[in-house]
Design a protein around this ligand. Structure first.
Ligand code: PLP
Length: 364
């Protein structure tokens, strides 16, 4: 078997081995058709079965009620920064809550499309983000078209651990980096979007879950390709779908189902988060996590060492001694970031934790 590194990359990120092995085994001939899934028509029976299975697995694993559509689109989560306001503003003002860099980007894009309000930002005096808003710190404009949050800020390591109450105003969630990491109540969400390359599969696919009554909001001035309604009407086959990406996403979702679904993922993810934050807190004079406890991300764990030289050594030695890659913090914030999406095994986090204990013994 070929070597597999312990890959804590932020995205594209590690994929579950069984999903990759299945793709390898089927790559040249899927289902005895004598063709790769890459070579099948998106209108043919073989691909359509994969496509429908991907949609139905997404629906069942996320617990999507009949009131909502499940869509598989392209253009990355960044395209959703534009599509959300194009489809949902309908001449009204939208509220944005910022808890990190991705929310800032979504907000900037929405401001190009229409009127927005910064409902809340937790950016601190140092220009960084270390928490989600506290209860009572912000409120929703009851007239708002929607309220946008980023459920997990991938760069800053800040996660909402409970969805905010927005009353009748639809809640829009960028869940790119924590979708399906634990159960959520989709009935409380107006629209959820998630780029696949963190928790769901390869880059090139975006999952969108949208409440059906919101589809009609889209004005006629929006090009057909950018309307959610178009993709809903065509079961996400309006134009050529990203077939290989959806095939791999299907493999990943089948793996999630076999591992106990969203509850199974939550059990794994809690265990991983407890192990990693545990070693950080145990050596709090050496490793320092700037994120407030109730906002600490289960998916992207950010922390600092006493200085940048030690951080560089930490990254280099992790690679040399334990075959661990992907620990470099985002270039905009520095430090260390451990991205441990669903596919990361608890045992892989244990290897990192052991390395961290040894490192602090040598350098602390
Ligand atoms: C990665 C990420 C994005 C951007 O995704 P693209 O597919 O590169 O557009 C947006 N939001 C969040 C929360 C992310 O983690």
């Amino acid at each position: 078997m070929s070597r597999r590194a312990i890959n804590f990359n932020a995205g594209p990120a590690a994929l579950p081995l069984p999903a990759l092995e299945r793709a390898r085994d089927e790559l040249l001939d899927i289902g005895g058709t004598g063709m790769s899934i890459l070579e099948h028509s998106h209108r043919g029976k073989t691909y359509e079965a994969v496509h429908d299975e991907a949609l139905s697995l997404a629906r069942s694993l996320l617990g999507v009620p009949d009131t909502h559509e499940v869509l598989l689109l392209q253009g990355g989560a960044s395209q959703q920064f534009a599509m959300v306001p194009m489809n949902l503003m309908a001449g009204r003002r939208a509220d944005y809550v910022l808890t990190g860099a991705w929310g800032e980007k979504a907000y900037a894009e929405a401001r190009i499309v229409g009127e927005t309000r910064l409902a809340c930002s937790t950016k601190n005096e140092a220009g960084s983000y270390t928490r989600v808003p506290r209860a009572g710190e912000w409120s929703v404009d009851p007239q708002a078209a929607y309220v946008h949050i980023t459920t997990n800020e991938t760069i800053h390591g800040v996660q909402w651990h409970a969805l905010p109450e927005t009353g009748p105003v639809p809640l829009v969630c960028d869940a790119s980096s924590d979708v399906l990491s634990r159960p959520i109540d989709v009935s409380r969400i107006g629209l959820l979007y998630a780029g696949a390359q963190k928790n769901l599969g390869p880059a090139g696919v975006v999952l969108v879950v949208v409440r059906k009554d919101l589809l009609a909001r889209c004005p006629g001035s929006v090009p057909v390709i950018f309307r959610y309604a178009t993709h809903a009407e065509h079961r996400s086959l309006y134009n050529t779908a990203p077939t290989f990406g959806i095939y791999l996403l299907r493999n990943v979702l089948a793996w999630v189902a076999a591992e106990g679904g969203a509850e199974g993922m939550a059990r794994r993810n809690v265990r991983k988060a407890e192990a990693l934050y545990g070693v950080i807190d145990e050596h709090a004079g050496f490793y320092r996590c700037p994120i407030e406890r109730d906002s600490r991300s289960w998916m992207n764990v950010v922390f600092r060492l006493p200085d940048e030289k030690l951080e560089a050594q930490f990254i280099a030695q992790a690679r040399e001694q334990a075959d661990i890659v992907g620990l470099q913090g985002h270039r905009s914030v520095g430090g260390i970031r451990v991205s441990m999406y669903n596919a990361i095994e608890p045992a892989q986090v244990d290897v990192l934790v052991d390395f961290m204990r040894q490192f602090v013994r040598r350098h602390g």
